[in-house]
Design a protein around this ligand. Structure first.
Ligand SMILES: [Ca+2]
Length: 295
């Protein structure tokens, strides 16, 4: 413990230490200077200094890949032991082996098509509801839409317009029912909506770094897991509490296009990302294993 008496300072005032600071320990000025030096020393080395907890480091590596139907080009979401995939104007429910068990094509209702909407992006499934991001191509309007479908029948349930320029994905946090998306394909914020209050806009989640060409996202374990078509087709983890962003690794096939993502842990992997080959086909589902270590 620090003893702030002159006697204690005298005990600390070894000649070499005093000379380093250009003062003589026997002078009044020197003693005051030594007190200051001792205080600074105690404050920087004291046992009360808390130990900093480093954030965990996440990495992802490709574990396997499977060629799937060329129709499964936009989005993917886990549904039971199978999947739901999206195409520009189609939805497909499959079993675990990717065999289609139900489909709806066209999937965009006529009322939305009449308003110019022509593209479904990366979907999510929560509580047997498919959440689908719907786009019209005039991004300058700042107007896109979110639709919902029954995940069992793929029947259209409803939709709302939202104030976004682009709309490549939507993911819904199962615990809060908050939906996450992005205003543009690249950026440093996730837009948020309260799906329990007719998609009421919430304050965006600010990310600590910019991520480019985001094509999909899925919320799991307090994080949003992003898939991109950036320079290395990387996947990212965004902490939903702090906004911290970590690049996890590439899905490979970098000359192709990274598309949607699902983040359900399955025997094959933790992240499941669609990738369109540079030739336009095949479409692959890339399975990635996520590891985490303390820094
Ligand atoms: Ca998804």
């Amino acid at each position: 413990m620090f003893d702030p008496t002159i006697e204690a300072i005298d005990r600390l005032a070894v000649p070499g230490g005093a000379r380093r600071f250009g003062v003589r320990s026997s002078s009044w000025f020197g003693r005051v200077a030594l007190i200051l030096v001792a205080l600074v020393s105690c404050s920087s080395t004291g046992s009360a200094t808390p130990t900093r907890k480093h954030a965990a480091v996440f990495r992802a590596r490709v574990a396997s890949e499977t060629v799937v139907s060329p129709l499964f080009r936009q989005g993917v979401a886990r549904h039971g032991s199978g999947w739901v995939f999206s195409f520009n104007d189609g939805l497909y429910r499959t079993d675990a082996a990717f065999a289609i068990t139900r489909q709806v094509q066209p999937a965009i209702p006529a009322v939305w098509k009449a308003r110019g909407f022509d593209h479904i992006g990366d979907i999510d499934v929560v509580n047997n509801v498919v959440y689908a991001p719907l786009e019209q191509p005039d991004y300058s309007l700042g107007k896109q839409a979110m639709l919902t479908y029954d995940a069992t029948t793929l029947a259209y349930r409803g939709g709302v317009e939202i104030a976004q320029h682009e709309n490549s994905f939507v993911t819904v946090d199962p615990s809060t029912r908050v939906a996450y998306s992005m205003d543009r394909f690249g950026g440093r914020a996730l837009t948020r909506y309260d799906t329990t209050r007719r998609w009421k806009p919430l304050a965006p989640l600010r990310m600590r770094r910019r991520v480019e060409r985001v094509q999909g996202a899925d919320v799991r374990g307090g994080a949003a897991w992003l898939s991109t078509d950036d320079a290395a087709d990387r996947v990212y983890r965004v902490d939903l509490t702090t906004g911290a962003v970590q690049a996890l690794g590439s899905i490979g096939h970098v000359d192709g296009e990274g598309e949607g993502i699902d983040a359900t842990r399955t025997p094959k992997g933790d992240l499941h990302v669609l990738s369109i080959d540079v030739k336009g086909f095949p479409v692959r589902l890339i399975e990635l294993a996520v590891t985490t270590t303390d820094r």
